[in-house]
Ligand binder design. Structure first.
Ligand SMILES: [Zn+2]
Length: 540
């Protein structure tokens, strides 16, 4: 009797131990998991995690994308099976690269933890299959300097969950998600040079926490918005991939995902309109669209607790990776087609095709149905006026006009290329940093095209990201020009054609002129403005 009992007990104990999943050692537990989700990882915690997991898996290589303002290495982890250790090997493998970037705003911290959780589950858990058809790059702590300036109350809308977070800005006080054009931050330079240009990710996901709108979604998303770029990657994300992931998230995890946006109760209630953010390529996600690649903005709901935001972000990113793994060829094909189309337009329609350079936000074709939100009710104040108060009730509204499309308000002819006079080295330098191919003329050469005559120079009175931004008004004039030996030439028949166009067009609403790159060239220092030709000539 006793021996039978022992055997039964032994089997019972065995079955228990079989149920305990010990896929990773306790040293890989994350700070939130060890602190009841009251704390988030510091830079040292992330580095310790990366170094530890590298000891335990042969499918990860560690890199740095550059140094931050405060001199910290910004770590990058490359996950691949079989292992690869550089971009050439990634290319030779034939597998597309997917890039997951977290902590660009270091107060929005769950992306950082999720990146590490996913690494753990891919390398040591049950998600190794995600490396079957893709290579995954994680930058878990992009804004390293901001991360460790932890304080309470930096993210009022997050209601102290976790108790302390880092700052939105980097070590220079810049918002890294407004730096995509001017590239003033070492982080931006590192990311564009050592991730986008070097590894050429087919899809980028940028992880954020929303700033406080009380919609009813656990996480909202946006594809890189369409301005003057090719529509293929945007259409695939907006019409196919993101709706499918939204459906899966509901069915598999009971998570409510929806498109990104904001409403104003000042417009009355129930809401009729929902607005997204801008189209400008200063936002890295939008810029990637101009680079003919796919990109997704992820914004978890600020008012949910830290652990809930981890939950929604984890499953969103997992579903994206799963989708890419299963549709990698399709994604590469769509991006390739976009790149081909951008170059073909330059070759065949330069001087005839007009593309937008300034845009306004307009409604999408289809209004939002079954829009999920916390409800507001009218409340009579003591002075007899009424106000709207948010309730704890979740409701659904139909036919919400969704402002998430962009219509051009000013357009310009697509050129075959641009001539930049010798001496404008700052312009050439920023273009090259973006990955643009710029060459030098070896002999004098005549070009026909257009120059832009600037009649009006408007400088914003408000400082934004350290800049008083500029816009100009004027007219294009058809003419010939003799470019001299030593002048720079930008042949637009290259993959970044759409980005070059946005950067160099004088009337662009987010170009190099907007960000003061031409101030000194055009105005000297503080001379009053007199009408002048924009120095960059476009030839057809
Ligand atoms: Zn953010």
């Amino acid at each position: 009797m006793k021996s039978i009992f022992s055997v039964v007990f032994f089997l019972f104990a065995l079955s228990l131990s079989a149920q305990i999943k010990t896929t990773f050692p306790v040293s890989l537990l994350l700070v939130p998991e060890k602190t009841n989700f009251e704390k988030t990882s510091t830079y040292a915690d992330v580095m310790a995690f990366l170094n530890e997991i590298k000891q335990l898996s042969p499918y990860i290589s560690l890199h740095t994308i550059g140094k931050s303002t405060l001199g910290m290495d910004i770590p990058m982890a490359v996950l691949a099976n079989p292992m690869i250790s550089n971009a050439d090997q990634a290319k030779a493998s034939g597998k597309p690269v997917v890039y997951i970037q977290a902590n660009i705003h270091a107060g929005e911290v769950e992306g950082k933890e999720v990146a590490m959780m996913l690494m753990r589950d891919i390398l040591l858990g049950d998600k190794m299959n995600l490396l079957q058809n893709q290579i995954i790059i994680f930058v878990p702590i992009y804004n390293v300097d901001g991360n460790d300036k932890m304080e309470k109350g930096l993210r009022a809308s997050q209601e102290n969950s976790p108790l302390e977070t880092g700052t939105r800005e980097n070590g220079q006080g810049l918002d890294l998600n407004r730096d995509g054009v001017k590239m003033e931050a070492p982080e931006t330079k590192g990311m564009i040079t050592n991730v986008l240009n070097l590894w050429d990710p087919q899809l980028t996901v940028d992880l954020h926490t929303s700033n406080g709108t009380w919609h009813g979604y656990s996480l909202t998303w946006a594809p890189g918005y369409l301005s003057s770029g090719e529509s293929g990657p945007y259409n695939y994300l907006n019409d196919v991939m993101l709706p499918l992931i939204t459906k899966n998230a509901k069915e598999k995890y009971d998570l409510n995902l929806g498109p990104f946006g904001d409403f104003s109760t000042r417009e009355g209630w129930p809401l009729k309109k929902f607005y997204t953010y801008n189209h400008h390529p200063r936002y890295i996600i939008n810029q990637i669209g101009l680079r003919n690649r796919m990109s997704i903005l992820s914004e978890s709901f600020a008012h949910e607790r830290f652990y809930q935001r981890i939950h929604s972000t984890y499953h969103f990113v997992y579903e994206i990776l799963n989708h890419c793994n299963n549709h990698s060829e399709e994604i590469v094909k769509i991006n390739k087609q976009a790149e081909w189309s951008a170059i073909e337009k330059v070759k065949n329609q330069a001087g005839t095709l007009k593309k937008g350079v300034r845009f306004k936000m307009v409604p999408t074709d289809k209004p939002l149905q079954h829009f999920r939100t916390y409800d507001y009710e009218k409340f009579l104040k003591e002075d007899g006026t009424t106000t709207l108060l948010r309730t704890g009730k979740i409701v659904y509204y139909d036919n919400i006009t969704y402002f998430a499309a962009f219509k051009d308000t000013v357009s310009a002819l697509l050129p075959r290329g641009y001539i930049i006079p010798a001496g404008l080295d700052t312009i050439v330098e920023i273009l090259r940093k973006q990955g643009v191919k710029v060459t030098t003329l070896e002999k004098n050469q005549r070009f026909s095209g257009e120059s832009f005559f600037i009649e009006k120079w408007n400088k914003s009175p408000r400082k934004f990201e350290g800049h008083y931004m500029v816009s100009v008004e004027g007219t294009f004039n058809a003419r010939e020009m003799l470019a001299k030996k030593g002048d720079f030439i930008v042949d637009m028949a290259q993959p970044l054609a759409n980005l070059i166009f946005y950067l160099l067009e004088p009337q662009s609403d987010d170009g190099l002129l907007s960000w003061n790159f031409f101030d000194l060239i055009l105005r000297g220092s503080n001379v009053p403005f007199s009408p002048v030709d924009y120095p960059v000539f476009k030839y057809f």
